[in-house]
Design a protein around this ligand. Structure first.
Ligand SMILES: Cc1cc2nc3c(=O)[nH]c(=O)nc-3n(C[C@H](O)[C@H](O)[C@H](O)COP(=O)(O)OP(=O)(O)OC[C@H]3O[C@@H](n4cnc5c(N)ncnc54)[C@H](O)[C@@H]3O)c2cc1C
Length: 417
């Protein structure tokens, strides 16, 4: 039987894989996108839609661990843990806290920012000509505070942004009411992060871009990749539809990427950081921007489906069934934020962020696997980082030199574990 050759192949049709496929096409390649599921239906569907151009604050920050017991005990708290999962989770958690050491933060912040800065422009280039350009909208990111005393621009989080030129402005409750009339007057202070974008329907962005990819001659193969193996002249991919040979593979299978690397004996500290959303489908209120509710730590945004509240981090393993109480619990703080919100009609959802302990993704050749390029592990900002990741992964795949320093994203930063 003759072998099936696929050309350049992207494993995983989430937003990262889709952007990579388009960037490979821009470089003149014949591209196949493989996914057992319809495109953009995992994390890339249900996220909070923040296209966070200026995002540079790592998830693990100095002293964060002190809040963890309090958060775990609060049913409305931002994190939860399935206790029987703790032994598996512990090594990742220790690496996570180690990444939050003060001396590591500036370099992580710089590496995040260079991935995120070009996002709105590249998204707009990808969407151009699709007729759905309005899926990415201009937006501010509004961090709202009930207690003005809790807003201190001298805190490390804000200093990191200010030192990097993030265009932000502190406002009082009265100005907040002009910016977002439906927000409760109990919110007395806010910070506006300007000049960024938001997705009006994150899942639709993925679908529209895959349609563009196919119209440009790309192949979408509905199949699961089970194993990857570098061979002479390419990379062998074992799929549901048999074994195929790709010229190069970009691995963009979100949290499932680690499972595929395991088949090659490579262990990477990638955790499925599960998040939830609740959408109020007949909300009766509208928001003009992405809102970060700082006390409850979730994001609220008006989208095509209604008002979506998304966030929370649950550590329970990749295959554990969802606990939708984590989504419904957001209704309380959402109603406190938006007193006129109609919370009757609702939809809930769970998705898995692919998270490394130091907040940075893996972009670059997989150690010991020539021809396989990693493009996964974007955690909380994968929608934002997808366009630039796609460009970098495509450049690396075709042998071009990236226009930014990609060493911070190397998988070898984790050594052999
Ligand atoms: C609640 C929540 C809110 C978020 N909010 C934001 C936000 O506001 N802004 C932001 O920038 N980011 C946000 N994120 C993060 C963002 O959604 C993710 O980082 C991003 O979607 C990850 O994209 P991905 O393409 O890597 O993974 P995914 O979207 O998970 O896609 C991976 C794809 O790989 C496929 N796959 C799996 N196994 C295989 C296999 N063996 N073979 C082939 N294909 C396979 C899957 O079917 C899937 O389609 C949020 C995430 C969550 C959960």
């Amino acid at each position: 039987m003759s072998e099936v050759r696929l050309g350049y192949t992207v494993v995983g049709a989430g937003i990262v894989g889709i952007c990579t496929a388009l960037s490979l096409q821009e470089r003149g390649q014949k591209v196949t996108l493989i996914d057992p599921n319809p495109p953009a239906e995992q994390a890339s569907y249900g996220n909070a839609g923040v296209i966070s151009t200026w995002s540079c604050v790592p998830q693990s920050m100095p002293g964060l661990w002190k809040n963890v017991p309090k958060w775990l005990l609060d049913p409305e708290g931002p994190i939860s843990l399935r206790w029987s999962y703790l032994p598996k989770f512990l090594p990742w958690m220790l690496k996570f806290f180690a990444a939050g050491r003060a001396d590591r933060i500036p370099a992580i912040a710089d590496a995040l920012l260079q991935l995120h800065r070009p996002t709105v422009d590249i998204f707009r280039q990808h969407l151009a000509g699709t007729g759905h350009e309005d899926l990415v909208r201009d937006s501010m990111y509004v961090f709202v505070y009930r207690d003005p005393a809790k807003l201190n621009l001298d805190n490390l989080e804000w200093r990191l942004r200010l030192e990097r030129g993030v265009p932000l402005e502190q406002i009082d409750g009265k100005t907040l009411a002009d910016v977002e009339p439906d927000i409760s007057h109990d919110y007395k202070a806010a910070v506006l992060i300007k000049d960024q974008g938001r997705a009006y329907d994150p899942g639709a962005i993925g679908k529209v871009l895959v349609e563009k990819f196919q119209n440009q001659g790309g192949t979408l193969l509905q199949s699961r990749a089970h194993a990857l193996k570098p061979v002479d002249g390419g990379v062998e991919i074992v799929t549901d539809d048999g074994t195929k040979i790709a010229d190069k593979v970009v691995l963009a299978a979100g949290p499932w990427s680690a499972t595929l690397l395991k088949s090659h004996g490579l262990k990477v500290p990638l955790e499925a950081e599960r998040g939830y959303h609740i959408v109020f489908t007949d909300p009766g209120v509208t928001l003009n921007n992405s809102i970060m509710v700082t006390d409850a730590k979730f994001v609220v945004s008006s989208m095509a489906q209604g008002v979506r509240c998304a966030g929370t981090a649950e550590f329970a393993g990749l295959d554990h069934p969802p606990d939708y109480r984590r989504a419904h619990v957001l209704a309380g703080p959402a109603k406190r934020l938006l007193p006129n919100l109609n919370t009757e009609a609702r939809e809930v959802w769970m998705g898995q962020r692919p998270s490394f302990p130091d907040t940075l993704p893996a972009i670059g050749e997989v150690p010991g696997m020539p021809g396989v390029i990693a493009a996964f592990g974007h955690g909380h900002t994968g929608l934002t980082a997808a366009p630039m990741t796609g460009r970098l992964a495509a450049m690396l795949a075709v042998g071009d030199t990236p226009n930014i320093d990609v060493t911070p994203y190397s998988l070898s930063r984790f050594g052999n574990n």
